[in-house]
Design a protein. Structure first.
Lengths: 331, 258
């Protein structure tokens, strides 16, 4: 009888211990919904497409509501401010501009580094040939615009030595306008440089890697109020995002076909573009700091109308430490 | 009159008050600035350096001047082409039968839809913008001219013919003068539509003009400056409308006298 009671106590204890253990160590992943935005036709956002296609978000028991595609980073940031989005794949500059305008967001992971290029027509064979030529760039505050300035400075030139069209032509239109001969070249993010190369309307003059190795590019951002209330979901998204980046490295062929499916671009263009994009979930903190300094100084020296003003970011180090939150990546 | 003015001021004051309260309630200056922010932005834009070529005018007036030049150019081309084609189509039925189907198909296409082609055909800057403004202004001018020519009194034409007027004289001395009121209405509507096409036109390969300015400050997340640009488009549009109305009334004063 006594041994029966003892046996029952041992059994109950074991069961209780098992329940406690499972509660501590094998907690079920978070369950919830998150609205994530992305940009139209941007090949840099491939990790998002992969995570969706391969069910990596579902594996984290997260229901992702895809919002977009947005045709510009600022429009995506507007949606974030208007509480139509919780997280977003977006370029570093729109995220920084929004943060400088006191939008309560954080950059919580990297998406890619590099992945832009300068494409030119047959009249240009080296950087010094750019003098006096018509070159289109994305907006004055973009990484590509800043990098063109760096390239020109390295070659003892400045924006004033060229006829620059900043923000005048949207990147998807650039290959077509180059073909018509109205411009002599453009700097843009992938897949638009690759498109011109594959279409045979332009040639690659300089890769962004050669101007600024490992330069920051697209990032994953979140609204801070959302992240505070849904920390587990944000961490789940980051785990899926990391898995997707690993997947691209391990399964390049399948990644290519997913890229074709989501961007609706020709496979040849994707093949041409992908090797120039470095997918990386780490945030390039030093690169981001350098970028902010460049943008502030371009505005102060009167090269462009000020986009991020020094009074908005009196201390760039403090600004960067506030806007970049690495705790989700580490956690 | 005094009472009317008082109501106008009251209406604007109430509008500003509602705006202020709404902005305070939303409390997100990044997407919904307060009237005072717009006033500050107005001052900044008035004093900052203007776009290339009109640096002296300041940003706001410089962009406005550039936009006005484009609209006037587009409008002049639309007037010339619209009136000429309108007279030809209104007077010679076979030509009208030949051209009308094409115009009927193209007319409902909004100028915005032409943006990608405008850039590919005309490149960057002035030309594609003028093309898009022309697209907007052309139809009202053309249709009103056709209507004016068509509705010339048959009695008047017959009388002139009896008096020995030849085709050329008939057109120059009877039909066109009689079509002038309709043509002027067409011009007035055409200018209005052309001005409204401005934002769409300046989205195409332009790096100046009010349309560009509005988009630029949207990209840099400064909605107060975007609103200043929008208000400027509204204000200039209203001014042009008032001037055209006055010209129209003066030119057509004889109509009432008849």
């Amino acid at each position: 009888m006594v041994s029966g009671i003892k046996r029952a106590i041992v059994l109950i204890t074991v069961i209780l211990l098992l329940i406690i253990c499972s509660g501590v160590h094998c907690a079920p992943p978070p369950e919830g919904e998150v609205r994530i935005g992305y940009l139209l036709g941007d090949l840099h956002h491939l990790p998002f497409f992969i995570a969706l296609e391969k069910g990596f978000f579902k594996d984290e028991r997260i229901n992702v509501k895809v919002i977009g595609p947005f045709d510009a980073g600022t429009v995506e940031m507007d949606a974030l401010v208007a509480n139509q989005l919780d997280m977003g794949y977006v370029g570093t500059p729109p995220a920084l501009i929004a943060a400088a305008r006191k939008v309560d967001l954080s950059i919580i992971a990297g998406v890619n580094a590099e992945g832009s290029a300068l494409i030119v027509d047959e009249t240009i064979n080296n950087v010094s040939d750019l003098r006096g030529k018509k070159i289109a760039t994305p907006l004055p505050g973009s990484i590509q615009y800043v990098m063109l300035g760096m390239l020109l400075a390295e070659n003892n030139m400045s924006y004033r030595d060229l006829e620059i069209f900043p923000g005048t032509i949207k990147p998807p239109d650039m290959p077509g306008v180059l073909e018509t001969g109205h411009i002599n070249g453009y700097i843009a993010w992938e897949p638009y440089p690759a498109e011109a190369v594959v279409m045979g309307v332009g040639k690659l003059l300089v890769e962004s890697h050669d101007i600024w190795p490992d330069h920051p590019c697209c990032v994953l951002v979140t609204r801070n109020d959302f992240a505070e209330e849904n920390r587990a979901i944000v961490q789940g998204v980051i785990r899926a995002h990391k898995r997707a980046i690993k997947f691209i490295g391990e399964n390049p062929e399948e990644a290519k076909s997913i890229a074709v499916k989501y961007t609706k671009l020709n496979a040849k263009i994707i093949e041409e573009a992908l090797p120039r994009i470095k997918f990386n979930y780490m945030v390039n903190v030093d690169g981001t700091r350098r970028f902010v300094k460049e943008i502030v100084s371009l505005g102060e020296t009167g090269v462009i109308s000020p986009i991020i003003r020094s009074e908005e970011v009196p201390d760039i180090d403090i600004f960067i430490s506030k806007v970049i939150d690495l705790s989700f990546l580490e956690g | 009159m005094k009472k009317r003015r008082l109501f106008r001021i009251l209406s604007i004051a109430i509008f500003l008050l509602i705006w202020e309260i709404a902005a305070l309630l939303v409390s997100k200056p990044q997407i919904f600035p307060m009237p005072i922010d717009v006033l500050i932005a107005f001052k900044v834009l008035l004093l900052s350096t203007g776009p290339a070529g009109v640096e002296w005018a300041g940003e706001l007036l410089g962009h406005s001047l550039i936009s006005l030049t484009r609209v006037v150019a587009g409008f002049c081309i639309a007037s010339l082409s619209g009136i000429l084609l309108g007279i030809v189509m209104g007077w010679w039925q076979p030509i009208r039968n030949l051209i009308e189907p094409i115009i009927e198909i193209l007319r409902p296409i909004p100028p915005l839809a032409w943006i990608p082609l405008a850039m590919l055909w005309f490149g960057l800057g002035f030309k594609p913008a003028v093309f898009l403004i022309w697209l907007g202004a052309f139809s009202p001018i053309l249709l009103n001219t056709i209507f004016g020519v068509e509705s010339t009194s048959k009695n008047l034409i017959e009388t002139a013919k009896t008096l020995g007027a030849k085709q050329r004289e008939l057109l120059l001395k009877v039909v066109i003068p009689s079509a002038i009121p309709a043509i002027i209405t067409g011009l007035s509507v055409g200018f209005g539509v052309g001005w409204m096409c401005l934002v769409a036109a300046e989205l195409t390969g332009c790096n100046s003009g009010l349309g560009f300015m509005i988009m630029y400050y949207h990209w840099t997340m400064e909605p107060a400056k975007t609103i200043v640009g929008m208000l400027m488009i509204g204000f200039i549009g209203l001014l042009i409308f008032m001037i055209l109305k006055r010209i129209e009334n003066k030119l057509l004063a004889w109509r009432e006298e008849i």
